[in-house]
Write a protein that binds this ligand. Structure first.
Ligand SMILES: Cc1cc2nc3c(=O)[nH]c(=O)nc-3n(C[C@H](O)[C@H](O)[C@H](O)COP(=O)(O)OP(=O)(O)OC[C@H]3O[C@@H](n4cnc5c(N)ncnc54)[C@H](O)[C@@H]3O)c2cc1C
Ligand SMILES: NC(=O)c1ccc[n+]([C@@H]2O[C@H](COP(=O)([O-])OP(=O)(O)OC[C@H]3O[C@@H](n4cnc5c(N)ncnc54)[C@H](OP(=O)(O)O)[C@@H]3O)[C@@H](O)[C@H]2O)c1
Length: 243
């Protein structure tokens, strides 16, 4: 039986009409950067959300989007400071650096709210200690959905020799971002050109977000000789699907 902690919302930041970040005070909970936990308003209707905050931060943070026909996300978007959020006590998930073998370049590739676990990972010491280069890729429909740019700017300032940030905006022209989708840009080389880094068997690619992107991007990477990573047969691709 899942045990639940009672958290209090301290802030619900809205990035757009449908994108929001809940900051929540809750009793301490242990997790690894990249993991998720189930959250709920009532125990019967819980959904997994990735931690955005690194494990050392006392305030929990979750980054969400309203799925209009979904039962929980429209209600989370409406939460205000002071309201209650239940947080399960058993974080889980394998999208963590402890599961990733050493590599020349760590690629963190996301669509939409799939950037959340990477924001947690990037604010720990491990990526900078272990990987000579780190590339964060974030694909969204509209430029206004490129959330957390201040946070990413701080990471860029602290790790400017090591860290690259590449964005995609798929549904409007956006200067400074690539157009189209991640798998196509993997195939035609635009992603590597934008990052200034090659993707090959010296890379490890962590992918998170839309399951169709995960499938298409994995196929594009496998065409280039990368393999899915498993504990018993180490490879180069680790994925986490949000639905
Ligand atoms: C391991 C894991 C981690 C997750 N982490 C996050 C997170 O950090 N942030 C987050 O917003 N969601 C995350 N999700 C999805 C989340 O659990 C819910 O599904 C989502 O909030 C919608 O909930 P709902 O009850 O309104 O609709 P649901 O009935 O859960 O979903 C309905 C449909 O909405 C679409 N959908 C669900 N989630 C998303 C999404 N994030 N972006 C775009 N479309 C979506 C899918 O088509 C899905 O079938 C995660 C899911 C998993 C499995
Ligand atoms: N984003 C919004 O403006 C908005 C507004 C209201 C509600 N919502 C709800 O939010 C959900 C969608 O959220 P989202 O926009 O964050 O996620 P999304 O649909 O996964 O889109 C995020 C990015 O992933 C890309 N993508 C989609 N399928 C792909 C694939 N097979 N391969 C590679 N890339 C792919 C999209 O490109 P494409 O643009 O080419 O698809 C877009 O750039 C829906 O349930 C919707 O109802 C969204």
């Amino acid at each position: 039986m899942t045990k639940w902690l009672e958290g209090r919302v301290v802030e619900n930041r809205h990035w757009t009409d449908v994108l929001f970040s809940l900051r929540v005070e809750a009793p301490q909970i242990r997790f690894e950067a990249g993991q998720f936990v189930r959250i709920a308003l009532e125990e019967e209707l819980a959904r997994p959300f990735s931690f955005v905050n690194p494990p050392q931060d006392p305030v929990l943070e979750f980054y969400g989007i309203v799925v209009p026909e979904g039962p929980l996300s429209p209600r989370l978007e409406k939460l205000r400071a002071g309201e209650r959020l239940l947080v399960a006590t058993n974080p889980a998930g394998f999208l963590v650096l402890a599961e990733v073998p050493d590599a020349e370049t760590l690629w963190l590739v996301s669509t939409g709210t799939g950037i959340a676990p990477f924001l947690s990972i990037l604010r720990t010491e491990a990526p900078w200690r272990r990987f000579p280069r780190v590339v964060l890729v974030h694909a969204v429909r509209y430029a206004r959905e490129l959330a957390y740019r201040e946070t990413i700017g701080e990471i860029l300032r602290s790790h400017h020799n090591v860290f690259q940030y590449v964005t995609f905006v798929s549904r409007e022209p956006a200067p400074g971002s690539l157009a189209g989708r991640i798998p196509a840009a993997l195939r035609d080389g635009r992603l590597e050109t934008a990052a200034g880094v090659k993707i090959d068997q010296r890379s490890h690619v962590m992918l998170c977000g839309n399951p169709e992107m995960l499938k298409d991007a994995t196929a594009a990477l496998m065409e280039r000789g990368l393999r899915k990573h498993r504990r018993r047969t180490p490879g180069h691709i680790t994925v986490e699907s949000f639905w």
